[in-house]
Ligand binder design. Structure first.
Ligand SMILES: Nc1ncnc2c1ncn2[C@@H]1O[C@H](COP(=O)(O)OP(=O)(O)OP(=O)(O)O)[C@@H](O)[C@H]1O
Ligand SMILES: [Mg+2]
Length: 276
């Protein structure tokens, strides 16, 4: 459903500061896949997400989603079919609006109502309260609270809900639990598994089964615990791709060891891209 073919990207190409970041990356996802991505700092993970979301355009290569070539599609057009979360819990929600208003803003996009019609019907308020209760973050009684007043974990859970309220084709999670305390991180991770696995979050919602998900993480245990497949990025390429029995048999220590071995053997991207 997502197919990335020979993706190349160099920032500042042709200048002395040229920074090769993607080096002929290939990745293919089936519908409903939940792929965790690990890789060292600067490996190009966030750039890969930027390329998928359209905030970075590739120098070469193609990206297609559900059979549609989106390589040159504008970012805002892709946003309709993608949900995205970042490390910073402050992104993805409006701090000065209440929980209810944030929900209504996104909901109105799905129903075609004018976006500023923030006043909710009673039925909708009940619906949202139920959805919030399913997050199990104590938010269902706080519909009138400003989102800026929530904890990081609560806010990330809410952002997750907003991201899937209109079911996206693709969910992109860029270290979305990295800034949370361990307890909140675990909770948001569990919620991520449920939501990606297809748990219906909006009662009577339109969610149809599992959501195809890509999750970047620096936690090797989380990379193995969540999802169905784990890929490792190094210098702008996928250097390891694990699924099935091979993945489930692997411990976090073994994965870390394999990672170390793999990067020892990989050439630097500067040697792969001539003149970069
Ligand atoms: N817009 C940009 N302009 C110039 N250089 C950039 C840009 N975006 C990213 N880079 C550089 O590309 C390299 C890869 O960055 P990227 O953010 O993709 O890495 P990452 O794998 O997400 O790392 P981290 O684990 O630290 O988040 C880095 O050296 C970064 O400085
Ligand atoms: Mg990053």
């Amino acid at each position: 459903m997502l197919r990335i073919t020979e993706a190349w990207k160099t920032f500042g190409a042709g200048t002395p500061d040229a920074m090769p970041v993607l080096g002929g990356l290939n990745l293919h996802l089936e519908r409903g896949d939940f792929v965790t991505i690990i890789g060292s700092n600067g490996a190009g993970k966030s750039t890969l997400f930027n390329a998928i979301a359209g905030s970075v355009l590739l120098d070469r290569g193609r990206i297609s989603l559900d059979g549609e070539d989106i390589t040159w599609l504008r970012e805002h057009r892709r946003a309709r079919s993608m949900g995205r979360l970042f490390q910073d819990p402050r992104m993805g929600t409006a701090p000065d609006l209440t929980i209810e208003e944030n929900l209504a803003l996104v909901y109105s996009r799905g129903t075609g109502r004018p976006p500023l019609a923030l006043a909710l019907k009673r039925k909708e308020r009940g619906l949202f309260a139920e959805a919030l209760a399913r997050l199990d973050m104590g938010l269902e009684t706080r519909l009138k609270v400003r989102v800026g007043a929530l904890s990081g974990g609560q806010r990330q859970a809410l952002t997750l809900l907003l991201a899937v309220m209109i079911p996206p084709k693709l969910l992109l999670l860029d270290e979305h639990t990295a800034a949370l305390d361990p307890v909140a991180a675990k909770k948001v991770q569990a919620l991520t598994s449920e939501i990606a696995g297809g748990k219906e979050i909006l009662p009577g919602g339109r969610q149809g089964g599992p959501i195809t998900t890509l999750m970047i993480t620096h936690s090797i245990p989380a990379a193995l615990e969540l999802g169905t497949r784990t890929v490792m990025m190094h210098r702008g390429r996928i250097v390891m791709d694990l699924s099935g029995g091979e993945r489930s048999a692997l411990s976090a220590e073994e994965l870390l060891e394999r990672y170390r071995e793999t990067i020892r053997e990989e050439p630097a991207l500067e040697h792969i891209i001539p003149g970069a």
